[in-house]
Write a protein that binds this ligand. Structure first.
Ligand code: CA
Length: 525
């Protein structure tokens, strides 16, 4: 490579565009080539980092190809060396759900990975926590202020007495009243809230604070039999509940004290637990991306995809989600489904979501953000092809509808259908039973969750260096030629086992927590 030649990355030999790797972008006149034997191309325009350059002349009406997939149709003739930005592309329409390949992929040969373990908290229902947290569930937003103060008081007065307990979390949300509670789609926020209360990181301890007059009373949120009983409870009991409107509460301090006192037996039981060595198969990992750029699909997401395959081979569970970011890859998903039933479930969820978007007079193209476009992602097709890489290469074994919880036998690769919104996706993955979260970002986000550690992976070295105390792993080293995707994948796999065993992520270190946001497609009243 002479001094005027710069590296670019093409994802597939069939691609007619490649992305510029150099920090700060390239000037007109810079020379690039697809591979060492390909002819040198001189840039006609300046091209920002992460953006696409045409590798050949592309005629108006011809597809622009990345990931061997058409990410758009050229609106005009594009000469080799041109900056291919979104304004030059017509987005292809979404594939319909007819004649999809259903469970047609050959299962990749992959040996089981054995001997990998982490130090976790075994729960009575058989699940394993990576953290030991007391959750205070709420039935309705009305109680949020009181619960917030009670949680502060529990942390201040009680937590020092129970050193094995990591944290106390108020499960606050905007649901519970002022909603059409019997509408068919109301099942989604209700089961989300129920299943979050049962997340493995909360040690099977359920404590509920209710108001008393709300539409979602404790027994509807957590009916008998829907949660594991403690030694103090009998068969048929409802959840341990503090109801603020009860006559016994005279004045604010009495309700506050009642919540604090109610926390004691739960804290005592959580505190008596120790971490124990468990198989890596007990991990339930949710993968997600946010603030994506063109490097997401080149560095960070392939590393996550490689680690996903390692986890699945180790017997663990990995969920990928984000409906609008997999919609354009529906063919790949149904192809990779383990059975026709699983493929049909994928279609069921994505077609329900198409209709949900249609009701709001939107479609999947509403997904991309201004930041995505500045980062080089022209449209949702290009973003989706880079996003889907997180799911690795193994067969898709199960599908969850929004807010559903994994059953104990549901191991391996899971498509958990959720919106792509970071907070809603994270909230629904928590409900599904996630005990570890992996999050890739190119533009940068300080995203974190209080209930679960979030391992953040930067797509570019520049971001990893600038946000050195927010990013947990730098996948930009792949673009820099320092590590391979395989090396990065193993590094992430080992990091996940360490974090699952108690090592803090940067988001935990700084206590960066985003709100839980329930997905409520049902009417508000
Ligand atoms: Ca997201």
């Amino acid at each position: 490579m002479d001094s005027s030649e710069f590296p670019v990355i093409a994802m597939h030999k069939a691609d007619n565009v490649a992305i510029v790797v150099t920090a700060g972008g390239l000037k007109a006149g810079a020379k690039v080539r697809k591979h060492p034997d390909a002819p040198l191309i001189t840039l006609i325009n300046a091209v920002p980092q992460g953006h696409k350059v045409a590798l050949t002349d592309i005629k108006a009406g011809e597809p622009v190809t990345r990931y061997k997939v058409s990410i758009g149709i050229a609106k005009q003739n594009i000469q080799a060396g041109t900056w291919v930005h979104e304004r030059l592309l017509e987005m292809p329409s979404a594939r319909n759900f007819l004649n999809l390949p259903m469970a047609t992929a050959k299962v990749p040969a992959a040996d089981a990975l054995t001997g990998y373990t982490f130090e976790g908290y075994r729960n009575s229902d058989g699940s394993v926590g990576t953290r030991n947290i007391l959750a205070v569930t709420t039935t309705v937003q009305c109680v949020a202020g009181v619960v917030d103060l009670a949680v502060q008081k529990i942390k201040q007065d009680l937590l020092p007495l129970y050193p094995n307990v990591d944290d106390v979390v108020g499960i606050e949300h905007t649901y519970g009243c002022g909603v059409a509670i019997d509408a068919p789609d109301a099942i989604i926020p209700i089961r989300t809230l129920r299943n979050i209360s049962l997340n493995p990181n909360f040690g099977n301890e359920v404590l509920v604070v209710s108001l008393g007059c709300e539409k979602l009373p404790p027994l509807r949120l957590l009916p008998p039999g829907s949660f594991p009983l403690t030694s103090e409870q009998g068969e048929g009991d409802g959840p341990h509940t503090v109801c603020l409107q009860d006559d016994q509460h005279v004045g604010f301090m009495s309700m506050l004290q009642h919540i604090v006192d109610s926390a004691r037996p739960h804290l005592a039981r959580l505190n008596a637990r120790q971490r124990e060595t468990v198989s890596a198969s007990e991990l339930v990992v949710g993968v997600q991306c946010g603030g994506s750029d063109a490097f997401s699909g080149v560095t960070a997401n392939p590393i996550v995809g490689f680690a996903t395959d390692l986890l699945v081979r180790a017997g663990a569970t990995v969920m990928f989600s984000e409906n609008t970011e997999v919609r354009d890859a529906v063919e790949q998903l149904t192809h990779r489904a383990q059975s026709v039933e699983v493929a049909q479930s994928i279609v069921r969820e994505l077609s329900w979501y198409d209709q949900y978007l249609e009701r709001g007079q939107a479609d999947r193209s509403a997904n991309t953000t201004p930041g995505n476009k500045v980062g080089g992602l022209s449209n949702i097709v290009e973003k989706a092809m880079g996003s889907i890489v997180k799911s690795g290469s193994m067969p898709i074994q199960h599908v969850l509808a929004p807010g559903e919880k994994l059953k104990p036998h549901q191991k391996g690769l899971v498509f958990a259908a959720t919106p792509a919104s970071d907070f809603i996706c994270g909230t629904l993955q928590l409900a599904a039973g996630m005990n570890l979260h992996v999050f890739t970002t190119g533009r940068g986000t300080p995203y974190g969750l209080q209930a679960c550690p979030v391992v953040k992976v930067a797509t570019r070295t520049e971001l990893a260096q600038r946000w050195h105390d927010l990013m947990d792993l730098n996948a930009g080293r792949v673009a820099d030629g320092e590590i391979s995707i395989e090396e990065g994948g193993w590094e992430l796999f080992q990091l996940m086992l360490e974090v699952a065993s108690g090592r803090q992520t940067w988001a935990e270190h700084w206590k960066l927590h985003n709100a839980l946001v329930l997905f409520n497609p049902a009417p508000i009243t």
